[in-house]
Design a protein around this ligand. Structure first.
Ligand code: NAP
Length: 321
């Protein structure tokens, strides 16, 4: 039996599995555990089940000590974990790919429609009791039928968004990725482009790449300047992929039509961030994978990853890179 620290309460299906085999402590706070407490809590642990909001670095692994066998992230993205530091210490790292693909793709589609059709200002209008008449010229949005969708990062979620928007709205699909994606090309005639060409051609740009050194601030002032004035930019990847100050400028100068963000920098977004007061910027509090189905499966996968690592077996969903 090993000692395991779980940094937030997750669905019981995962916790009960872990508790049947290990000595589990769950952080019950509404907010993530403060750093010094986290360092304290992991001491002597064999496994840590972490959230994307927890910084899992060399200091934390050293605080856990030599008993540490695995870090199971309750997310598919693992940019919060210093993978090299884990490798150096023979600590396995796991994630939860696939089971949140549909949930996250649905949020991206929702943001495309909601941002493109001005849901934010329109809902605000009703809530502020400003709705007076049927207006011929108010809240005029974008249509999507037959237009071009640019997927930045044609992986699992990017593919699922392309499938929805190609099948449902007949959108032409263009994409970027470091490698060609034959399945997307055969399923919906997707065309691989360089980022600049994708930005120039797309009516909707949806971000689905992981956060890495190559993708940090991938969309900055120069890139926003290449986009069409009717373009809708959606980010369900990670906040740091967009230069947020540049996006606020582009929206205030109407250089693009609207943005829909499920992720920001930091999270929660600063009260003073100019994006908060942009009517054409719709912001959700990082709810991409927030369905009962996805979270139950993520809990089971993360628990299975930790159990395997503590037993000295390869994690079923281990990050290899
Ligand atoms: P995935 O299957 O690994 O897809 C990511 C894709 O990005 C890969 O196909 C990869 O293709 C491409 N990529 C990597 N580096 C790139 C670069 N520099 N430029 C362009 N494309 C690049 O991952 P996924 O399951 O779809 O998840 C994608 C990301 O979504 C996660 O990393 C996570 O950060 C985010 N996410 C957010 C939520 C949410 O709640 N909002 C939920 C789930 C996931 P190549 O290797 O060929 O480049």
């Amino acid at each position: 039996m090993g000692k395991v620290f779980v940094t937030r309460r997750i669905p019981s299906v995962g916790l009960e599995r872990l508790e049947s085999l290990h000595d589990v402590e769950v952080w019950e706070g509404q907010d993530p555990p403060p750093r010094d407490l986290l360092l304290e809590k992991v001491r002597g642990c064999s496994g840590v089940l972490s959230m994307l909001s927890d910084k899992i670095d060399a200091q934390l692994m050293d605080s856990a000590g030599p008993s540490l066998r695995g870090i199971a992230n309750f997310a598919v993205g693992y940019n919060n974990i210093d993978f090299q530091a884990a490798k150096d210490r023979s600590v396995q790292v796991g994630n939860t790919p696939g089971v949140l693909t549909n949930a996250t793709a649905d949020i991206a589609v929702g943001l495309i429609l909601a941002a493109g059709r001005c849901f934010g200002p329109a809902i605000g209008n009703v809530q502020r009791f400003e709705w007076r008449n049927w207006e011929p010229m108010m809240f005029l949005g974008q249509e999507f039928e037959g237009k071009t969708l640019g997927i930045v990062g044609m992986g699992r979620i990017g593919h699922a968004v392309a499938k929805r928007m190609h099948g449902g709205w007949g959108m032409r699909i263009v994409y970027t990725a470091r490698d060609q994606k034959p399945e997307a090309e055969s399923s919906f005639h997707a065309t691989r482009l360089g980022l600049d060409d994708l930005l120039r051609q797309s009516d909707v740009v949806s971000l689905h790449c992981p956060l890495t050194d190559q993708t940090r601030n991938l969309i900055g002032a120069r890139e926003l300047g290449l986009m069409k004035s009717n373009a809708v930019l959606v980010n369900t990847a990670r906040g740091e992929v967009i230069d947020q100050a540049a996006l606020a400028d582009a929206l205030s100068q109407r250089r693009i039509f609207a943005a829909g963000l499920d992720v920001t920098t930091p999270e929660p977004i600063d009260r003073s961030d100019p994006l908060r007061s942009q009517a054409q910027c719709l912001i959700l509090p990082h709810i991409g994978s927030a369905t009962q189905e996805a979270r139950d499966q993520m809990a089971t996968m993360a628990a299975n990853n930790l159990i395997a690592a503590i037993e000295g077996q390869p994690m079923p969903f281990g990050v290899t890179r």
